[in-house]
Design a protein around this ligand. Structure first.
Ligand SMILES: [Ca+2]
Ligand SMILES: [Ca+2]
Length: 314
């Protein structure tokens, strides 16, 4: 998988560069505190902001409000009018520098104040990097994209880089997809990446016996809110447990090791390449660490942008 193919597809995009720097500089967008957003109050999360994992298949995840609005608009007699209303709301949201997403407040010293999850940018979605494709989803590794080559970002900024392209951090639901990403890491000598994996330890995760104990059952994919299998078992349909058997404390992951050092919880899921002489494996890592990312198409964001931009080719 040469870089040439990639470079060709994604020749440096001055606008994208400018956009990313703006996001980086903008304290309203770029704060670590938005991790708190996930449990936040319902209606503002229609753009796919994260929330606690789905309880059951029937339990409609928070974050589907937007789709419901759109679906409703398509079936009622006043379709045109409603579409106009929805479109205007969206236009306002996209036009305003401060998107209609909860501002997040944080009490923790390490967190930067007031960050948001980014909205998708239709032009960037249409020209998003497509390094490889698997089961209908496109993926890219940030270091292989010229405009992102030197980026090392914390977990939330990682999500936001992906989300502007109608993607999100990669989720590894199957062994096949996991092998694909492990291979990418191995063949390109990637030291580590962020994935979409997140511990449900924020507001909105309380009162969920199905997530207890947290270190075993509390993990989920923030891009689609699917739960991650129990951390201490080989997942159904897999031949191995992707969580590393070692780490800082020389015990199986997740180990929340940094908490013992500075009381920061290891709430985000990274793949590390032999950092602890343990091969390539999943690790719980504190979310402020800065790493390159692998992005994967987000059906939710692609559907949203295609529904709100008639004729757009994604
Ligand atoms: Ca996935
Ligand atoms: Ca760890």
């Amino acid at each position: 998988m040469g870089h040439g193919y990639y470079t060709q597809l994604h020749a440096a995009d001055a606008d994208a560069d400018a956009e990313l720097s703006r996001v980086d500089r903008d304290p309203r967008i770029a704060s670590y505190g938005a991790l708190r957003l996930y449990g936040g109050s319902g209606g503002k999360e229609q753009y796919g902001a994260n929330t606690a994992p789905k309880m059951t298949k029937n339990c409609e995840g928070i974050g589907s409000n937007n789709r419901s609005i759109l679906a409703g608009a398509l079936i009622v007699p006043y379709m045109k009018l409603l579409l106009v209303v929805v479109a205007s709301m969206v236009a306002v949201c996209l036009a305003e520098p401060k998107p209609a997403i909860n501002e997040v407040k944080s009490n923790q010293p390490l967190q930067k104040p007031g960050r948001f999850l980014s909205l998708p940018v239709p032009e960037k979605c249409a020209s998003r990097p497509k390094q490889f494709n698997y089961r209908g989803h496109n993926y890219f590794y940030s270091a292989h994209v010229p405009a992102l080559a030197d980026k090392r970002v914390d977990w939330l900024d990682g999500r936001n880089i992906c989300r502007e392209y109608c993607m999100d951090l990669v989720s590894l639901e199957t062994q096949e997809e996991n092998n694909l990403i492990f291979r990418l890491i191995q063949q390109n000598d990637v030291p580590y990446i962020w994935t979409a994996g997140r511990l449900c330890d924020f507001k909105g995760c309380e009162g969920r016996p199905d997530l207890e104990p947290k270190n075993i059952y509390g993990w989920f994919w923030s891009n689609n809110r699917e739960k991650i299998h129990a951390t201490n078992q080989i997942p159904n349909g897999w031949g191995y447990n992707p969580w590393s058997k070692s780490g800082h404390k020389k015990i199986p992951q997740p180990d929340n090791a940094e908490f013992d050092i500075n009381q920061t919880t290891e709430s985000c899921l990274s793949i590390l390449n032999n950092v602890y002489n343990d091969g390539i494996g999943w690790h719980d890592v504190a979310c402020y660490h800065e790493k390159p990312v692998v992005c994967e198409d987000s059906e939710e964001l692609l559907n949203y942008v295609s529904a709100t931009n008639p004729g757009i080719r994604l």
